[in-house]
Ligand binder design. Sequence first.
Ligand code: HPA
Ligand code: ZN
Length: 329
Amino acid sequence: MARVPKVELHVHLEGTLEPEHAFALGQRNGVALPYASAGQMRDAYRFSDLRSFLDVYYRACSVLATERDFFDLTWAYLERAASDGVRHVEPFFDPQTHLARGVSMKAVVGGISAALEEGRGSLGISSRLIMCFLRDEGAASAAEVLDVAIEVGRGRIAGVGLDSAEVGFPPGLFAEVFRRARTAGLHRVAHAGEEGPASYITDALDTLGAERIDHGVRCLDDPDLVRRLVRDRVCLTVCPKSNVSLRVVDRMEDHPLRRMLDAGLAVCVNSDDPAYFGGYVADNYRAVCSALDLDPDEVVTLARNAIEGSFAEEARKEELRRELAAVAS
Ligand code: HPA
Ligand code: ZN
């Protein structure tokens, strides 16, 4: 599976923080974690829903303090991703959780983008960085962070997204922020239809101008929406192991990815928060292949959907298509 050239469109950099690395950073910065050891931290990763995960995830973020920390976090992900055959990535980061602790946007974006640049040079992984707004922090906070990002992130942030607790925070609340992001030349994506209803997906398309939908598995509840997503080739960044860990689906064998593929939806496979959900992107491919009995052509379709759904330049997409064709033949 590592041989298939992959594009990863749904991975939160903070969600790649492995417990061992969290402990090392905590020591470096004098920040204590509420676990006796990295092993105990990993053992605590049993989630009942999205909220129970987010509480653990934000707490672990407290060890990230300096530009170097963000560089190291991103670099560790890129090295791991390279071994999984990732050739292009559009990672998310959550600035609000860091700004609230007094870390500057300059340190966050500086560290991440320096590692991404190095990844392009020495690992051959191209990238587009996406800044997510925490929907449970509301639109006023998102508007503030957008202003800072436009100033500090110019040329280094390619798009905006929407993540964190979904239910009760419909995408439409952020319409004005996304309109301003669009005017600033930024791409737009949004988590929708993970725990929230299919109507949040429609809302993200209509009110945010979302170009991709993150997760989107609940779209199957609305046949009209499925027809629209198929017609418009809207990419859905599905995260199978995340969905099982957060109880969006009971078992991998029940995962809707097979039905989504059969419906002609532009689905792709991603890791979401690999340090928390038991595997990186190739593990996610392997898990769905075995649980849903996907054949090699379906794996190529998944990989191709990610290329087409990416914000890579056309010339880069063409390279990626050629790399995929070389292993598919
Ligand atoms: N959903 C919403 N917010 C998130 C997630 C997720 O799966 N991972 C990190 N932030
Ligand atoms: Zn996510």
